[in-house]
Design a protein around this ligand. Structure first.
Ligand code: TYM
Length: 334
């Protein structure tokens, strides 16, 4: 049986990178798969966070995901801390994963920066919890952006090693990166720097388009987006070495469902003065319905909480027997 699992941290707003890299696929995969989507609040506390803001951020993230088109009638949406199997399986897998594997994790090194002593142990073991998230449901497919590829490979390695140690219980998952037709959407870059990923943690608001931005804010950010002085090339190959141009064309292609070459068929030879207003228009048109639905859903926190509670109940019912099987295999007394 095919089953989809994916997660997102409740830090900051949903942005265009999350949407094109992951959430749009979360929505699309509902047609063909049983889907389980998780707001990973356990992961969110591995970096300094504001305890007073976390619950509201979790609820807002749920509203954003629902507004984007995740349908709680057929899909499970819940927050991670509400299903204890995640932490319990993670602890068990902590003794399967090797220090050498975690030492190679790029995201940890990026988040740690130059501070080798100060980061939490949770930040270091973060990818083991991520593996537990996926493996607890025997998920077969995991839709994510390119930046999660290494964590997905680790989850596979952990499943394979666990099975070698204790018997064939865990299912090594497959990443689904950027989706089948999302040309270039696997890694959306900052609007201020075409070599940096669009990210919730970038201090510059102008670097990203949030799904909660108004039409005016979206248009202003695209107008200000870094570009270059050349006209657009006729084919995708001509975008090499022009990271900002490449990113803006990739966003246009992903939002319009076209290939980069098709977009360049229309805009090759034109400058950003012509391209940016068209990009703003298509972005506003894609995000306006999501924004309106988000505003509507946020006004009813009781409904959001009910969706998450229901999702947690359904998720827990799937994860509990798997955890029991793992505990038996490891040798814990019942
Ligand atoms: P997070 O919260 O950073 O991002 C959520 C999803 O959005 C994708 N993404 C992007 N895709 C393209 N371009 C970008 N600029 C961009 N920025 C973010 C991410 O790849 C991700 O798919 N560790 C995960 C959360 C997680 C998870 C899981 C994911 C926890 N457990 C289990 C999958 C399965 C994270 O921090 O994602």
């Amino acid at each position: 049986m095919n089953r989809v699992f994916s997660g997102i941290q409740p830090t900051g707003n949903l942005h265009l990178g999350n949407y094109l890299g992951a959430i749009r696929n979360w929505v699309g995969m509902q047609a063909d798969f049983e889907c389980i989507y998780c707001i990973v609040d356990l992961h969110a506390i591995t970096m300094p966070h504001d305890p007073k803001a976390l619950a509201a951020a979790t609820r807002d993230m749920a509203a954003g995901i629902l507004a984007a088109g995740v349908d709680p009638a057929r899909t499970i949406l819940f927050h991670q801390s509400a299903v204890t199997a995640h932490a319990e399986l993670a602890w068990t897998l902590m003794s399967v994963a090797r220090i050498g594997w975690l030492d190679r994790m790029i995201q940890f090194k990026e988040k740690r920066g130059k501070d080798t002593e100060g980061p939490s142990v949770g930040l270091y073991t973060y990818p083991v919890l991520q593996a537990a998230d996926i493996l607890a449901y025997r998920a077969t497919h995991v839709p994510v952006g390119e930046d999660q590829k290494q964590h997905l490979e680790l989850a596979r390695d952990i499943a394979i090693k666990f099975n070698a140690m204790y018997g064939d219980i865990l299912k090594p998952p497959l990443p689904v990166i950027g989706g089948a037709n999302n040309v270039g959407a696997a890694r959306i870059m900052s609007l201020r720097d075409g070599t940096a990923k669009m990210s919730k943690s970038d201090p510059s608001e102008a670097s990203r388009i949030d799904l909660t931005d108004t039409a005016d804010a979206i248009a202003a950010k695209i107008k200000r987006a870094k570009s270059d002085a050349d006209v657009l090339p006729a084919t995708a190959a001509g975008l090499e070495g022009r990271p900002e141009a490449k990113n803006l064309v990739a966003i246009f292609a992903a939002l319009s469902g076209q290939t980069v070459d098709t977009v360049l068929n229309d805009y090759g030879g034109k400058g950003f003065g012509a391209f940016k207003p068209a990009l703003a228009e298509i972005t506003v048109a894609a995000l306006a319905p999501i924004n309106a639905e988000y505003v509507r859903l946020r006004a009813d926190p009781g409904h959001i909480d009910a969706v998450l509670r229901d999702g947690a109940g359904r998720a827990g019912a799937i994860a509990a027997p798997l955890l029991r099987e793992v505990y038996d295999a490891v040798g814990f007394l019942r």
